[in-house]
Design a protein around this ligand. Structure first.
Ligand code: SAH
Length: 457
C-alpha cells in the first residue's frame, strides 16, 4: 500500500488552488462540494470560478504568502516550476499538497470519487493508470446506483427503531442485510419510500419469522447483453435462483450469479417444458423457501410475456416482488436492423400484435392493422406469415407494402429478410428461418438500406 486512504473534513477551512484553467475549475469545484472555502491564485482566472460563493479569486502570480492560513493545496498550473515551488513551500509548512498529474510533487493524491453521500467511494490506481481508474468507475457506477444515497439516508432514519426492536446484534445484522438487499431497498431506490417504510415495518413486526423470499421479474431484452438495464444486472447478481426460458440468450444467463441455481422452464412453440401455471407455482414455492428468485424473461416482461399472470399469483400469496422493464424485441430489433418504428414521412403510429395461431387461425382486427401510415410489429408471427400478408392485402394494404422478418435480432446470429406483402411469403429463404422471429410491416422498412449499421459477423 503506497498511500493511506483517509477522508478529510475540510468544511469551512481555507484551501488553495494555484492555477486558473479548466483543471483548476474542476478541483475547486470538488473542494467547494466538500464545504471548503477556496482561494484561487493565477494571473488569469476562468470567469466561472470568480462567480461562485466561497471563492476568493486572486488575479496574480503565486506568492508564498498565499499559503497563509491554508489547510490544503492543489497546484494545477501548466508550469512545472511554479507547481514545484508550491509543492516545496507547502511541504515545508506541513500543508498537504497535490500537484495535478505529477505524483512526485504530491504529498497526497486525489482519488476518483463516486459520491453517493453519505456514502462515499474513493479509489485510485496511485497514478499507475488513469484509464483503469476510469473503467473501474464505470463498473462501480453500474453496481451502485445514483440514488444509493437515499438508501443510506433511509437506513439512518430507521437505525434507532430497529436497534430497539431487534436487540440481538447478530439478528439485527441479518435483518438489515435482508432489508438493504431486498425489495425494501429496491423500493427506496425507485423513490417509493412510503412502500419501503411499510415493508420495513412489516418486517419489524414479524421479526421472529424473517422471511427473505422474493421474486424479481426481470426483462432481459432481446438478446444482446449490452441491452440489459443496470437494475436487471444488479438483480441478476443478487438472486439465489434463476428461472429462465427459451427466449433468454445464453450469454445473459451466464451473467447471473455464478453460484445461483438455474432452472430452465422451456417454452418453445407447442412444446412447453412447464405449463404457465406450473411456472407460477414454482416461483411461489421457491420464494417460500426463502430464496431470492430471479424470473428472467426475454424482452419486456409485460409485452407478450405473461408477466402479469406471474405477479398475480405472487401477489395473491403475499410474496414481495418487483418488475424490471426490458427492451422489447420490437424496439431492440428495429434499431439494430435500421428500421425506425415511426417516421414523419412513413408512419405516425405503431402497433404491437401477436401472430400466435390459435386453432390454426390468427384472430386480429385486420381493419385496424391495414391502415396506411402505420407500422405493424408482429410477435410470434412466423407460422402465420402467409395468412398475415394475405389478410393485410385483403383489407386494403397495397401488395407492394414493405415487410421485414428478423430472426434472432440484436444477436450475432441476426438474420433479416425483406420483401413486400406480395413477395415475402414466396421467398424460399423464409423456410430456413426459425424462432424467434419478428415481423415488421410498413413504409419504414424501406429505410433499412439507408439506416442499417449492424452487420452480423
Ligand atoms: N416479452 C418479449 C416477447 C415475448 S413473445 C418481448 O418483449 O420482446 C416471443 C416473441 O418475441 C418471439 O416469438 C419473437 O416474435 C419475439 N422476439 C423476442 N426476441 C426476439 C429476437 N431476438 N429476435 C426476433 N424476435 C424476437
Amino acid at each position: 500500500m503506497d498511500f493511506l486512504p483517509v477522508f478529510q473534513n475540510i468544511k469551512g477551512k481555507l484551501c488553495l488552488v494555484v492555477g486558473g484553467g479548466a483543471v483548476a475549475v474542476r478541483k475547486a469545484g470538488v473542494l467547494l462540494d466538500a464545504g471548503a472555502r477556496v482561494r484561487v491564485v493565477a494571473p488569469q482566472i476562468e470567469e466561472e470560478l470568480t462567480q461562485r460563493d466561497n471563492i476568493e479569486a486572486i488575479a496574480a502570480r503565486f506568492e508564498p504568502q498565499h499559503l497563509d492560513g491554508v489547510a490544503l493545496v492543489i497546484a494545477a498550473t501548466d508550469d512545472r516550476a511554479v507547481n514545484k515551488q508550491v509543492s516545496e513551500l507547502a511541504q515545508e509548512r506541513n500543508i498537504p499538497v497535490n500537484v495535478v498529474d505529477d505524483p512526485e510533487l504530491c504529498s497526497f493524491i486525489m482519488p476518483a470519487i463516486l459520491d453517493r453521500s453519505p456514502l462515499m467511494i474513493a479509489f485510485s490506481s496511485g497514478g499507475a493508470s488513469p484509464v483503469l481508474t476510469r473503467m473501474l468507475r464505470g463498473k462501480l457506477e453500474t453496481m451502485i446506483p445514483q440514488n444509493y444515497s437515499r438508501l443510506a439516508g433511509f437506513a439512518e432514519r430507521f437505525r434507532e427503531q430497529v436497534k430497539q426492536r431487534v436487540t440481538n446484534p447478530a439478528k439485527r445484522r441479518i435483518f438489515w442485510e435482508n432489508a438493504l438487499e431486498g425489495v425494501v431497498a429496491e423500493k427506496v431506490l425507485t423513490g417509493d419510500e412510503a412502500s419501503a417504510e411499510a415493508m420495513l415495518r412489516k418486517m419489524l413486526a414479524d421479526e421472529d419469522n424473517i422471511q427473505r423470499g422474493e421474486v424479481y421479474l426481470v426483462g432481459a431484452g432481446p438478446g444482446d447483453p449490452d441491452l440489459l438495464t443496470f437494475r436487471a444486472l444488479r438483480l441478476m447478481q443478487k438472486a439465489d435462483v434463476v428461472v429462465y426460458d427459451n427466449l433468454v440468450a445464453q450469454p445473459i444467463v451466464d451473467m447471473t450469479r455464478r453460484d445461483a441455481e438455474r432452472i430452465y422452464v422451456g417454452k418453445k412453440r407447442a412444446f412447453h417444458t412447464l405449463r404457465q401455471e406450473e411456472i407460477n407455482e414454482l416461483l411461489v414455492k421457491l420464494a417460500k423457501e426463502g430464496k431470492r428468485v430471479l424470473r428472467l424473461k426475454g424482452g419486456d416482461p409485460f409485452i407478450f410475456g405473461r408477466g402479469g399472470e406471474e405477479i398475480e399469483t405472487l401477489s395473491a400469496e403475499g410474496i414481495p416482488f418487483q418488475v424490471v422493464p426490458g427492451i422489447t424485441a420490437a424496439s431492440g430489433i428495429a434499431s439494430y436492423a435500421g428500421i425506425p418504428l415511426t417516421h414523419r414521412d412513413h408512419a405516425q403510429s405503431c402497433m404491437f400484435v401477436t401472430g400466435h395461431l390459435k386453432d390454426g387461425t390468427m384472430n386480429l382486427d385486420w381493419e385496424q392493422l391495414a391502415r396506411p401510415r402505420q407500422t405493424v410489429v408482429v410477435y410470434m408471427g412466423l407460422q402465420g406469415l402467409e395468412t398475415l400478408c394475405a389478410k393485410l392485402i385483403e383489407h386494403g394494404l397495397p401488395d407492394s407494402t414493405p415487410i421485414a422478418i428478423v430472426q434472432q435480432g440484436t444477436t450475432r446470429h441476426q438474420r433479416v429478410l425483406t420483401g413486400t406483402l406480395g413477395t415475402l411469403p414466396h421467398n424460399p429463404q423464409v423456410t430456413e428461418l426459425h424462432a424467434p422471429t419478428l415481423i415488421i410491416v410498413g413504409g419504414v422498412v424501406s429505410l433499412r438500406e439507408k439506416l442499417s449499421w449492424f452487420e452480423p459477423e
